[in-house]
Design a protein around this ligand. Structure first.
Ligand code: PLP
Length: 372
């Protein structure tokens, strides 16, 4: 099998697995208890928080564990319901993940005004467009760090800077970016950052929300006093440990993995170009390492996915979260891919475990399918 759908999820790394094992088997104490047996869980929670904070240039008390990217996104967007009624508008972009877009729809039904910004044909939210959209009633700007379908990396520092000039909070959904490109929340001026471990070789169902010190975000899950009373529920120590180990490993190896992924991408795209296939590569030069979104003229993405599947190759058509839906995705529509290409869109996302041979094999199969 060739797994080339790393934007959907990634393989758990051995370091994460090893870090999790003791907490799944023997160290099952509840971190909230005060007897000695719970000490190991408490210590693990503290050190995982420190490791994660170091990886993003934050302080440990700014990290709040959640069940993943979807929950972190919901938490930030739904906080608008508790904001000042005269200042509760959310500004976001049309290419966000549905965890953001559907959360915005929900709060909008409850009276929160939402402005959805367009992107250019490479998927960028232009700083000038954001500047014009900011109004007196804006509470929050939420723009993803990097897009899951086309890999475009947004100008986060500039967007956060404009947002702060107007005294507004800035959130970024960094689910696809964290662990794959360097991120320092303080240098970039980010107030909230959503993350998910299974996108950087950690376990599924665990993530975190970075909340800048001094910013008050209403609690999302009410209950006990975990996460300083902001996100209640007994902590999933094993997964938190696995997430910290995976993030540290990824961050330590970002530059080596990035150059490897750039070379693999180049192999695939050059082989397709040499075969004279008629296709567009979506996104821009500045994209997530390993992310290749291609639109083939006159083809059907769904057919390509199934034909490649028969050869043991896993790729995606649109966003993995809704791959049962064969319609052109909201991202491909937003960047105005011409209709004769749009339906033939596939997403290949290579990860740390892929090789040059994987790229050649995928290219060969695509050429065979599309030339017959
Ligand atoms: N945000 C983005 C950009 C994503 O790509 C995804 C998952 O595909 C999510 C949020 C949801 O993350 P999770 O699977 O951890 O809920």
């Amino acid at each position: 099998m060739i797994y080339a759908d790393n934007a959907a999820t990634t393989e758990l790394c051995p370091e994460a697995y090893d870090a999790m094992k003791p907490y799944l088997l023997h160290e099952y104490g509840n971190a909230s208890q005060s007897y000695s047996f719970a000490k190991s869980a408490k210590k693990a929670l503290k050190s995982a928080r420190e490791t994660i904070a170091t990886c993003i240039g934050a302080s440990p008390e700014e990290i709040y564990f959640t069940s993943g990217g979807t929950e972190s996104d919901n938490w930030v967007i739904k906080s608008a319901l508790f904001a000042d009624k005269k200042r509760n508008r959310i500004i976001t972009s049309e290419i966000e993940h549905h965890a953001i877009l559907n959360s915005c729809n929900s709060v909008n039904m409850l009276g929160i005004p939402v402005t959805v910004l367009p992107v250019d044909n490479k998927g960028y939210v232009l700083p000038s467009v954001l500047e014009k959209a900011i109004a007196d009633d804006t509470y929050l700007v939420s723009i993803m760090f990097a897009n899951n379908e086309i890999g475009t990396i947004e100008p986060i520092k500039e967007l956060a800077n404009i947002t702060h000039t107007h005294g507004i909070l800035f959130h970024t959904d960094a689910v696809q970016a964290l662990g794959h490109i360097p991120i320092n929340v303080h240098d970039l001026g980010i107030d909230f950052l959503s993350s998910s471990a299974h996108k950087f070789n950690g376990p599924k169902g665990i993530g975190f929300l970075y909340i800048r010190k001094g910013v008050n975000l209403h609690s999302y899950v009410d209950g006990g006093s975990q996460e300083k009373g902001h996100r209640a529920g007994t902590e999933n120590i094993a997964s938190i440990e696995g997430m910290a180990a995976a993030l540290k490993k990824n961050v330590d190896h970002i530059s080596r993995v990035t150059s490897n992924l750039r070379a693999i991408e180049h192999t695939l795209v050059s082989a397709l170009k040499q075969s004279n296939l008629d296709f567009i590569r979506n996104g821009d030069e500045q994209h997530l390492p390993g992310n290749i979104s291609l639109s083939f003229r006159g083809a059907e993405g769904e057919m390509l996915l199934h034909r490649l599947d028969l050869k043991g190759i896993c790729i995606s058509t649109g966003s993995a979260c809704n791959s049962i839906n064969t319609q052109v995705s909201h991202v491909i529509k937003a960047i105005h891919v011409p209709p004769e290409y749009a339906e033939g869109t596939i997403r290949i996302t290579f990860g740390a475990n892929n090789t040059q041979e994987d790229a050649m094999q995928i290219a060969r199969e695509l050429i065979r399918i599309l030339h017959t």
